[in-house]
Design a protein around this ligand. Structure first.
Ligand code: GSH
Length: 216
């Protein structure tokens, strides 16, 4: 019997709570109905054990029956293969799920991650570097706004691609980046209204709240 174990930090500051990427894995596992256990690695240091699972010293990673997987996209594909979040689609549908999963990570998250962080940290100083990052992110989001029009989910039924894209767009939404993008906004609201997301979010918040209590 396989046992899925998800590793996240033992504690993080308040700002990233609710957005630490273990939420993607919790969410998919809840959607899939696969049992799992959450364990921790220290936030304040990266030991050899951590780096042996995640070479960049980041979280999350998961282990499943002796297999260790890092990168949220790879973990989502692993969970998808074990569940209806990918397996149920026909070959064409599976291709579409994978294509959208990579698009969410490589075309949307890559274009918006530093844009959202700079907005949150007040680094949007209006200079040429900011203008470039701002224009790059906005063009990409405008294309996405058109692409998600009329789609309930990205590739047929709800899939691992939706977990990733919705989570990426939550960060964009956090800095009002969806204010004039009603299709993307409705898509995120629809995805995050799912009970599996609500549970994953509540569990992550409770995990870090418990960590505060343990540190006090
Ligand atoms: N591409 C990685 C990114 C992982 C990542 O950015 N993790 C953050 C937490 S959400 C982290 O560990 N940050 C601390 C660091 O980069 O040292 C994935 O999708 O799994």
């Amino acid at each position: 019997m396989s046992e899925i174990v998800l590793t996240t930090y033992d504690w993080v500051p308040v700002m990233p709570r609710g957005f630490v990427r273990d939420i993607r894995i919790r969410w998919a596992l809840e959607e899939a109905g696969l049992p799992y256990r959450v364990v921790t690695t220290p936030f304040d240091q990266r030991d050899a054990e951590h780096l042996s699972h995640q070479p960049f010293g980041q979280v999350p990673w998961l282990t499943d029956s002796g297999l260790s997987v890092f990168e949220s996209g790879a973990m989502l594909l692993h969970i998808g293969e074990k569940s209806e979040l990918l397996r149920s689609a026909d070959p064409k549908g599976r291709g579409e799920v994978k294509q959208w999963l990579f698009a969410a990570l490589n075309s949307v998250e890559a274009a918006t991650q530093h844009w959202t962080l700079l907005k949150m940290m007040g680094g949007n100083d209006g200079g040429p570097a900011w203008a470039f990052i701002d224009s790059f992110a906005n063009i990409r989001l405008d294309r996405l706004e058109a692409a998600v029009a009329g789609r309930e989910w990205l590739a047929g039924g709800f899939s691992v691609a939706d977990v990733i894209l919705a989570d990426v767009l939550r960060m964009v939404d956090r800095v009002e980046g969806l204010a004039n993008r009603p299709n993307c906004k409705a898509y995120v609201d629809r995805a995050t209204a799912r009970p599996a997301f609500q549970k994953a979010h509540a569990d992550q918040m409770a995990h870090f709240a418990a960590a505060d209590a343990a540190r006090a």
